[in-house]
Write a protein of this length. Structure first.
Length: 366
């Protein structure tokens, strides 16, 4: 049995490629002195193509299937070697397996900004990146132009070249598209198809490769242009500026009313500045008149009272009288209002002294 097995091993051979690397494009079948036995079995799996090379010349090409290597299956190689009726075992030939399935998860991008002439903003620098897939469309051209005598050829070995081709095609495309940067995002689909067609024209003709899918994922602009676009969008959202000012006024009044101690005055100043800035509101005053509001009347002063080490108020004059009648303050209570240099006893403040004078006695005869 040992002799039979040895004889069977000498007469039978199998050529196949079990691809366990998703990025390999071409793999050469390893044989000692490239010797292949007569009648050997060739197995080409789906997504593969087998190419026989004899003395630097591409001979026979096999699509997916199982073949017995004989003269009838190797017509080109038989012609090159001068075999008419058959050949002796073994014969020499190089066998390359080429992956014809799609290689995915490949990325491209512009290494430097591309300048386009925007109809609104003028010259603008843009960057872009995306993804693409790769497939060997014509194995003969791939072997002749790129692989040569390499025993294994990976997609990464041509990645730099393909990204350069795609980036160059992208620069030519956007330079002639006459699209505004505002409209680029809404045209990714159409631009992706145009970019694939432009890049494929060179990749297929020169290297026998196909780009089944190519997508533009993003086209970005500098931050200064983004801010300009945001400002333009904001103006578009505002629309009618007069209605927007009315809305702002309506929102400010409840906030000011919730803080009577100063919120209303602050809101009034802010609204006045906004209306003066936009030129809205009341008609312009006659020459010589000022837009500054008149000062409040003196009897509208607001008073603060210090009681027990804490400051209370502000209170109006009427509220101070009510507190005096209720016995909550006296002439010794320390008070302060705007314009005073320091806290002073209420009875010593001229404008409040009348509240603390002793009333005259009742008239005689009562």
């Amino acid at each position: 049995m040992g002799f039979v097995n040895k004889l069977r091993g000498e007469l039978v051979d199998i050529l196949e490629w079990l691809d366990d690397d998703r990025n390999t494009l071409v793999w050469r079948f390893p044989r000692y002195h490239n010797q292949i036995k007569n009648g050997a079995k060739l197995i080409v799996r789906p997504g593969q193509t087998a190419v026989f090379v004899e003395q630097g010349k591409i001979a026979d090409v096999f699509k997916p299937g199982t073949y017995s290597l004989e003269t009838k299956n190797l017509p080109v190689l038989s012609t090159i070697r001068g075999w008419k009726h058959g050949f002796d075992s073994p014969f020499k030939a190089e066998v390359y397996f080429v992956a014809t399935r799609q290689i995915t998860e490949l990325k491209w991008g512009t290494p430097n900004p591309v300048i386009i002439r925007d109809p609104d903003f003028g010259p603008v620098r843009v960057r872009a990146f995306g993804t693409y897939t790769l497939r060997a469309e014509r194995p003969e051209a791939l072997l002749s132009e790129l692989v040569g005598t390499d025993g294994s050829f990976e997609a990464g070995e041509i990645d730099v070249l393909l990204r350069s081709i795609i980036s160059s095609a992208f620069a030519d495309m956007v330079a002639t598209s006459e699209l505004s940067v505002v409209d680029l995002a809404s045209n990714y689909g159409r631009l992706s198809a145009q970019l694939r067609a432009a890049a494929l024209e060179r990749v297929d003709d020169e290297y026998g490769l196909d780009l089944p899918q190519l997508f533009i994922v993003n086209i970005s602009v500098p931050e200064a242009v983004e801010r300009a676009l945001d400002a333009r969008s904001s103006m578009g959202v505002l629309g009618d500026l007069q209605r927007y000012k009315e809305y702002q006024l309506g929102e400010a009044i409840p906030v000011a009313a919730a803080n009577p101690a100063g919120g209303l005055a602050a809101a009034g100043v802010g609204l006045g500045m906004g209306m003066a800035f936009t030129g809205a509101g009341s008609p312009s005053p006659p020459p010589g008149m000022s837009l500054v509001p008149p000062p409040p009347p003196r009897d509208a002063s607001l008073w603060h009272v210090a009681v027990g080490g804490r400051i209370h108020g502000p209170y109006s004059m009427a509220q101070l009288r009510e507190a005096l009648v209720a016995g909550q303050i006296s002439g010794e209570s320390m008070v302060w209002t705007a314009g005073m240099e320091a806290w002073t006893a209420a009875a010593q403040v001229p404008s409040l002294a009348g509240m603390f004078q002793t009333p005259p006695p009742p008239p005689p005869g009562n």
